[in-house]
Design a binder for this molecule. Structure first.
Ligand SMILES: [Zn+2]
Length: 240
């Protein structure tokens, strides 16, 4: 099947851009200078530029299944090095989303695909705290709680990457953020942690503590899933 319709749409888009802003592409042809790096999920519904309302040139992007940060991932490390050392981005946003299929997979039993290797850190967090997660009877709320925890875990991992540590040692301004996106309402929520130095990273409670005591998102809409987990988690926590 021909994909000519995509080229047609591209021409229409390029023409519309030039109509609104005649210098748009000549400006783009110069060096890019985004101040944001977005590490997000590959999910087709969570496109960085669209949800941020930004134009091309405004955000540097790395996406993978379930926005996982593997500290041996050459792709991610090269993206981060370029973003931090050449582009000098000031903010790195790890953004996951509610209802993530990768997280859903990690909470299931099937381990037959390559993606199960990729999702291994999430699987291990789930298994370690399985009674707390399984106490959330609503399967959607259970997945959503792990969507949040996964973001918190990945922000901590970004903060442990030497490229980031070295930027802080140099005195470079670099803020790390954990955000979550609602595919149902199109809204971003600031989940945390927000980290701007190695000292702030080292002062954070462990991800295991965060499983037992879920965080209040610092802004945005709060989902019922968190409250459900809080009640279930508190009961189990006291028995430990
Ligand atoms: Zn996803």
């Amino acid at each position: 099947m021909s994909l000519d319709h995509l080229f047609d749409r591209n021409v229409a888009w390029a023409q519309a851009k030039t109509r609104d802003d005649p210098n748009f592409f000549s400006r783009m042809a110069g060096q890019q200078s985004p101040k944001l790096l977005w590490i997000g999920c590959s999910d087709s519904r969570v496109t960085a530029n669209d949800v941020l309302g930004l134009d091309p040139g405004e955000v540097f992007v790395q996406r993978n299944i379930a926005n996982v940060v593997h500290t041996s991932d050459m792709n991610l490390l090269a993206v981060m090095e370029y973003a931090i050392e050449i582009l000098e981005v000031e903010h790195i946003i790890v953004c996951g989303h509610y209802g993530c299929g990768g997280i859903q997979r990690a909470l299931g039993d099937d381990r037959s695909a390559l993606v199960d290797h990729w999702l291994q850190p999430i699987v291990m967090l789930y298994r370690k705290h399985r009674p707390l997660f399984d106490a959330i009877t609503d399967p959607i709320a259970r997945v959503n709680r792990m969507c949040e925890l996964n973001i918190e875990m990945q922000v901590r991992r970004v903060a442990s990457i030497p490229t980031v540590e070295n930027a802080w040692v140099r005195g470079q301004k670099l803020h790390l953020h954990g955000w979550i996106y609602g595919v149902e309402d199109g809204l971003l929520r600031d989940l945390g942690p927000t980290i701007a130095s190695a000292a702030e990273r080292d002062a954070l409670v462990s991800i295991d503590d965060r499983v037992r005591q879920p965080a209040e998102p610092t802004s945005g809409v709060r989902l019922h899933a968190i409250e459900a987990f809080g009640r279930a988690g508190a009961g189990n926590c006291c028995e430990r």
